[in-house]
Ligand binder design. Sequence first.
Ligand SMILES: [Zn+2]
Length: 333
Amino acid sequence: MSATPEQALEQAALAGIHRLPISTPFAVGKVNCYLIEDEPLTLVDTGPNSGKGLDELTSMLAERGHAIEDLGLIIVTHQHIDHLGLVEILVEHSGAEVAALGAAAQRLADFDEDAEREDAFAVEVMLRNGIPEEVTVALRSVSRSFRGWGSHVTVTKPLEDGHLLPLSGRTLQALHRPGHSPSDTVFWDEERRILIAGDHLLGHISSNPLISLPLDGSERRTQALVAYRESLAKTREMPAEIVLPGHGEPVTDHAALIDTRFAATERRKEKIYRLIAAEPRSGYELAQSIWGNVAVTQAFLTLSEVIGHVDILVNEGRVRESLDHGVVRYETT
Ligand SMILES: [Zn+2]
């Protein structure tokens, strides 16, 4: 029998890892930060850049007898603003080091320019996949309005895949697990079999394989879902007892959960194949066939889902792209 989420949180707490849920303005709800009571005092993720988040974090640290000034290390799991918005403010108060994937460091440092570039890229992808221009304009302004919840981040401890991050009472291994975002990094405490996973694996919802600019500065889009499946396959083989995710409850049966994610991808992929076989369609038309007319704010998420699955079909040689007045249409081979 695997442990319940409550037991898992208790077990993590006994190992000095405490979940601190911080409010966000996003549909996903609260974001989980994790305080590791070790030397240095370490915080994994920070929550978004907001007064409310800072207040919540301050009081949750105080409940455990700590102040923000005591933080010695901040670990960033990935590039999304709900996870890192408070980093610079916490660093100003504490002088903490900041550890994150080295390959993402430049983008994290150039937050504003990077967000503009990412948004322009998203608009291009959406137009190319048949999303109406007015939807892309609306989405871009929504994205700009949320930007204040983020912040640039200066990484002082750049990590590479497999790097060991020693604290005095434990060692965390940084493992690059791209897919949900290109910079997703999980932190593995092999001795305690605890994996701090950010948004790489969530218990209650599947992590969106968001289309994103690659970390290497090139303009070619990544195959986010293809990368994500490869990452999940690696995580599946790890002997983790507890996975501590960036949102929601701990996962205590990660291999079984990953198998249900794989099965769901397979089912959706075949559904999309049948739709394409019935009639060639754009990414937008596929998203509409599956989800109907979704809210404007969901248009990029659903398109990312569709394209992720179509990428697999293209790689399998079953589907190909054709270009119709600047819009990609998918057809069977
Ligand atoms: Zn995320």
